[in-house]
Design a protein around this ligand. Structure first.
Ligand SMILES: [Fe+2]
Ligand SMILES: [Fe+2]
Length: 282
């Protein structure tokens, strides 16, 4: 193995600056392998370091990014609907790769146990695998990532929390990725009905690994609250109200959320029916 010259934060910025999805994920996986190899050595052969991540990660020319309300809706029972669903998941996974490397690059100056970085490198590596699995499923159906338009708004949470690590943890893993736990079982059913074993197996793997990403979010959120002697539930509610536009949507996957360290009193008070009217009793 050649001696690595980049710091972990620089590796993260390199992934963020790579536009093509397959290239981005291949680089992400190589960097993850290099990091975990370096962590076997004492002291670790790669330093955390610092970097200047771009405010927006590099993205391929396609898919065209549209306002969520302009993305055409397709019936999930049709071939076109199932392709659209896989395409939407591929887009989420590619954003997730960037989100996990971004938390590393953007907050590398914050004093944190090295386990924080291990967790997000592992999550980024898994998202890279998820993106490739979704691309493989699309290609098996004669489509590809980039063939359809995708949501433009997914980087918003990262931009809004670029200076707020606790806000980032509250909104990205503990709200957005937790939402994935709620909706993935329904998607698996759609592909079971269509007898698409490749998609069922890919989505089942994604579902099992996403619990870990939400759990990393909760773990480090509790850690930071504990370090500053803050009440995690109150701070979570404040931060989600500040950075997440709109209410959380039930039904919630209470079992998997519990596995990931998210108790009901974290998310139910932020759900649609319980959303307080701004300025009234809040
Ligand atoms: Fe994922
Ligand atoms: Fe994830």
């Amino acid at each position: 193995m050649t001696t690595p010259t980049l710091s972990l934060a620089e590796m993260a910025a390199e992934v963020l600056n790579t536009a093509d999805g397959r290239e981005k994920t291949a680089l992400s996986r190589r960097h993850a392998t290099a990091w975990f190899e370096a962590r076997q050595q004492e002291p670790c052969a790669i330093e955390i370091g610092t970097a200047s991540p771009p405010l927006h990660p590099a993205r391929p020319e396609k898919p065209e990014l549209l306002n969520p309300r302009d993305v055409p809706k397709r019936k999930p029972g049709s071939d076109a609907g199932r392709i659209a669903l896989l395409h939407a998941v591929a887009h989420i996974e590619l954003n997730a790769v960037d989100l996990h490397w971004d938390i590393i690059a953007r907050f590398s100056h914050v004093p944190l146990p090295v386990g924080f970085f291990d967790d997000w490198v592992k999550a980024a590596d898994e998202e890279s695998k998820h993106f490739n699995l979704m691309c493989d499923c699309l290609e098996a159906l004669d489509s590809h990532y980039g063939a359809l338009p995708a949501h433009a708004g997914m980087w918003r949470a990262a931009e809004d929390t670029a200076d707020d690590l606790m806000g980032r943890l509250a909104v990205v893993p503990m709200v957005l990725e937790a939402r994935g736990l709620d909706v993935t079982p329904g998607m698996i059913e759609i592909f079971k009905k269509a007898k698409n074993t490749q998609a069922v197996e890919a989505l089942e793997l994604i579902y099992s690994e996403e619990v870990g990403h939400v759990a990393y979010g909760s773990k480090w959120f509790y850690f930071l609250c504990g370090r500053d002697n803050l009440d995690p539930k109150d701070v979570f509610h404040q931060l989600v109200r500040k950075y997440f536009k709109g209410a959380l949507k039930p039904p919630f996957n209470e079992e998997k959320r519990a596995d990931a360290g998210l108790p009901p009193d974290f998310y139910w008070p932020l759900a649609e029916a319980n959303r307080p009217i701004p300025g009234v009793g809040d």
